[in-house]
Ligand binder design. Structure first.
Ligand code: GLU
Length: 491
């Protein structure tokens, strides 16, 4: 039998994430990048990174590196790029020239001042401040002569006089705009810098994008771009506009709601996969595939599962709400579920950032992580409140001291307890607990008093995992040393 000549259509998908480096990588941008990446991986396609840096004043290298760092942190590795629009100006110029040549664009000699005046007058008169078409019908030869003579001119796109421009959006369905509502927008400014519409369409055609996945805030830009595709004789990609992310008060997510920069979440000790899982479900749902036997929807998905289940059909139409509590829940779940070996590199980054140097062996550190991971909400805990588990140089929480060690007799008792522990064999969870309880009974104090006090001396904190598990983890020598040091340190 002949082998069918089968080409997987999915394998040819090309999607891009196209951030403007005029700001950091915003949560919304990261979510768009994630959807593009998931789509590319799901369809065995290509994920392209393009830096839209033609706003020379507002773009910066720092922002670019922050964006790349954020994407890498989230594990969204790209297959092509980063391409920089600032290095592709010739393409935009040539594209504008093609549009001029085929009559889809024209030279505009209106100066910025004139445009501003007219805009102000229109606004004052209560009419939409659109370009009034003044240069639209200048004889082409005249315009070309003026340009050749050195007069500054922008290039504008000629919107059809009537009719509508429509496209089929993979999320929102058919979207239609009356051409009368669109203005003759600038393609290339008089200084040769392209506007967003020109560079984005020129690149998307040149880079053979098959799908444009981006925020719904770009929906109103799309008819202009559709007209550009048509004018350039290019076939349309599939547009998929994804719902916006709102804050809990249902306004667009902004700094008022807390951190909006992806790297701020890294700094808060969020596990990247937890953030990714959380972001994926902001505006997308795997639908019935996630329904569990108990009827509830599953929310924790591995990367492989997300890639497997992702589809544009699962995209929500309504905006998504960013809920910090939910993110904290995802983070806790991921920290709990990870093997200590997998958490270690993430924790090491926290240590490095905090300037903390652990002094215990790798094996001990892994055991310490296993002991602590069930009670952690953030990776930063490992660099701050959990120092006593990884080094003998750790701070002690004053509030815990005031609460549990205010009575000097407690310190004296703990010191005596240290002497008993010195000769205890074996030094196990059971034996350490039995000894402490017997000692408390002997001294006529509640075991809780000694347990609370010992916890503060051993861990520097008022809360910890089971004290006796902590003792075994720290080891006999350290326990003896820390319990007796409290009194001498004058806590
Ligand atoms: N540079 C644009 C932005 O950051 C890209 C928009 C698009 O994806 O077309 O919003």
């Amino acid at each position: 039998m002949p082998t069918p000549n089968f080409i997987d259509p999915g394998s040819m998908t090309r999607v891009r994430f196209a951030p403007s480096p005029t700001g950091y990588l915003h949560v919304g941008g990261a979510r768009t990048a994630l959807f593009c990446w998931l789509f590319a991986r799901h369809t065995h396609g290509t994920f392209i990174l393009r830096i839209e840096d033609t706003d020379f004043e507002r773009s910066s290298e720092d922002m670019v590196s922050g964006i790349l760092e954020g994407l890498r942190w989230l594990g969204l590795e790209w297959d092509e790029g980063p391409f920089y629009q600032s290095q592709r100006l010739d393409l935009y110029r040539a594209t504008a020239d093609r549009l001029l040549a085929n009559g889809s664009a024209y030279y505009c000699f209106c100066t910025r001042e004139e445009l501003e005046q007219r805009r102000a007058a229109a606004t004052a008169a209560g009419v939409p401040p659109r370009y009034d078409g003044r240069c639209r019908n200048l004889p082409t030869a005249d315009a070309a002569r003026r340009v050749a003579a050195g007069e500054a001119a922008a290039i504008r796109f000629r919107i059809p006089d009537s009719g509508t421009t429509a496209f089929e959006d993979a999320v929102f369905g058919r979207v239609e705009f009356a051409n009368a509502e669109l203005e003759d927008f600038v393609l290339l400014r008089s200084d040769g810098v392209p506007t967003y519409h020109l560079s984005v369409v020129a690149d998307d055609i040149d880079m053979r994008m098959t799908h444009i996945i981006r925020g719904a805030d770009h929906l109103s830009n799309t008819p202009k771009q559709v007209l550009l595709y048509n004018a350039l004789g290019a076939s349309l990609p599939v547009f998929a506009h994804v719902p916006l992310i709102l804050g809990p008060d249902k306004t667009r997510l902004s700094k008022r709601h807390g951190a909006t920069s992806v790297l701020a979440y890294k700094d808060m000790g969020i596990v990247p996969e937890a953030f990714r899982n959380f972001l994926a479900l902001l505006g997308w749902s795997p639908g019935e595939a996630a329904r569990q036997a108990d009827g509830k929807e599953r929310e924790i998905f591995s990367t492989a599962e997300l890639v497997e289940m992702f589809s544009l059909e699962g995209m929500a139409h309504s905006n998504a709400v960013f809920n910090n509590e939910k993110l904290a829940w995802f983070n806790t779940e991921y920290i709990r579920a990870y093997a200590p070996e997998r958490l270690l590199p993430l924790i090491e980054q926290e240590w490095q950032r905090a300037g903390f140097v652990p002094s215990r062996s790798r094996e001990d550190i892994l055991a310490g992580i296993a002991l602590l991971q069930q009670r952690t909400r953030s990776l930063t805990d490992f660099a701050m409140t959990f120092r006593a588990y990884f080094s003998d140089d750790y701070p002690t929480d004053e509030a815990a001291v005031a609460k549990f060690l205010a009575d000097p007799s407690t310190l004296g008792l703990l010191r005596e307890l240290a002497v008993r522990y010195r000769t205890l064999t074996p030094f196990s969870e059971l034996s350490t607990e039995e000894l402490l309880r017997a000692f408390a009974a002997e001294k006529g104090v509640k075991p809780g008093v000694l347990i609370n006090g010992a916890r503060v001396l051993l861990t520097g904190q008022g809360v910890a995992p089971s004290l006796f598990a902590v003792m075994v983890y720290l080891g006999q020598q350290r326990v003896v040393q820390r319990l007796s040091a409290g009194a001498t340190a004058g806590i």
